[in-house]
Ligand binder design. Sequence first.
Ligand code: DER
Length: 237
Amino acid sequence: ATVDNGKRLAAWKAVDDLILPQQHRVIGLGSGSTIEHALQRIASRQELRSLIYVSTSFQTRQLILQNKLKLGTLEECPNGVDLTIDGADEVDQDLSAIKGGGGCLFQERLVAQASQDFYLIADERKKSTSLGTKYTRGIPVEVIPMALSSIQRILMTMHPEGSIQLRMANPSDKAGPVVTDNGNLLLDCQVGPLGDTAAAVYQDIKRLTGVVEVGLFCGMAKKAYFGNNDGTVDIWT
Ligand code: DER
């Protein structure tokens, strides 16, 4: 419960600090379990219910609708998004993040790209000194299904010491691989601790034809809120 408590603390403080109804109109909401706490906080504050919320996944779209909040889309917001709050799998001191543990990295990055400001919320387990040392499942990479085997082969050649695994669904939920909200597949790419190479690794993978998005968000987040088990919140800027 302390991890979930940490998620809730980070989410509530970020919502209370960052979303200013007099200044903001369109808010982007990321995906995952920490964001669920942010949505609960937003729904509980009457003055935040008049803003427009842009989703980054089927999960978040459902939560926005279930909470009877105003659902917006990027197409309807030609002036972009005022700010986006999103979760992360691991965050380093430069605010670079591994994202995509929940498989929503493409729409998350699309909405973050359209946002004036981008903020991360997480429990304290996500704090890192070098990406790849805490979230060890590997860098999530979304790929077009027909490109799967050729991308897998190229990535294994690029990182022979690593492991490139197709993300499989839980067989009791769905046979076969996880399929993203965009109808694509996910590779989890373990390439060891990234240190300060995250931006370069992102480019090396993103440039491959067939790769839709790579779960390394470097130079994007303005702040990161971490909820600690002891009830405190750390804010990295
Ligand atoms: O997929 C993502 O990037 C999510 O933001 C995510 O992995 C964080 O999930 P959590 O808030 O459930 O830990």
